[in-house]
Write a protein that binds this ligand. Sequence first.
Ligand code: AKG
Ligand code: FE2
Length: 281
Amino acid sequence: MEASMMDSVMTASREFFHLPLEEKKKCSNLIDGKHFQVEGYGNDQVRTQDQRLDWSDRLHLRVEPEGGRNLAHWPTHPKSFRDNLHEYALKCKRIKSDILRAMAKILKLDEDCLVNQFNSNAPTFARFNHFPPCPRPDLVLGIKPHADFPALTVLLMDKDVAGLQYLRDGTWYNVPAACDHTLLINIGLTMEVTISEPPIMTNGIFRGPMHRVVTNADKERISVAMFYGVDPEQEIGPIAHLLSEEQSAQYRKMKAKDLLVLHHEHYAGGRGPRIADALKI
Ligand SMILES: O=C(O)CCC(=O)C(=O)O
Ligand SMILES: [Fe+2]
């Protein structure tokens, strides 16, 4: 993808988050100021009194299927925002398909086997994250530890400010700022459950990794995640031709939408174990 495209998306995002609150609230994720909905501008859904909230503002938009876009939530300021997001989504979709084909190759599956898991109802969400400077970075996280739920994430990160960290063997590792216009690809839990089979799991390939975002006392940070999910009505579980007598299913089957409910319960509650672990047979 051209660096200029990534810069435009970042600039439009920054301009949006710098708008007065009243303007941003026109895209609010709260109906009548109180009922939370998935799309729109705002913060975490507050589910419990003792829930730990993230130090971030976000704008969450359904981008695909195109017919399912809810333009009421799409900013009209800056003026370039909508066109930019449309163009960016087209480019990311191509990248997503290329990655899925490469993954299928590694798994020795048909080239289009993973691409075909995404039917015309498969949702793509764009999440714009804004992490303002935080006076107590020692106390608050920008996003608490989680593994992305959808199958695949294409992440555009701030060029100047780092903050993303990945957990490996009990240690959090920093991801440097994306000064060279790289996109980061994340495997999500849906993909892990969809494609897992014992050799993959034991080798630790294609797991949805745990990550978090730390806050920064001096600088704001912005990131834009494109989340690729499968049709909520689709039953997900290990792909049949990855299984054999020696390689039995490691996860129980479940509709994507039911898995999402479980995931939200885990994530909002700040519970440690990854939801994929809870699904193990
Ligand atoms: O801000 C980042 O770099 C990561 C954001 C993230 O993990 C997410 O939106 O799920
Ligand atoms: Fe994430």
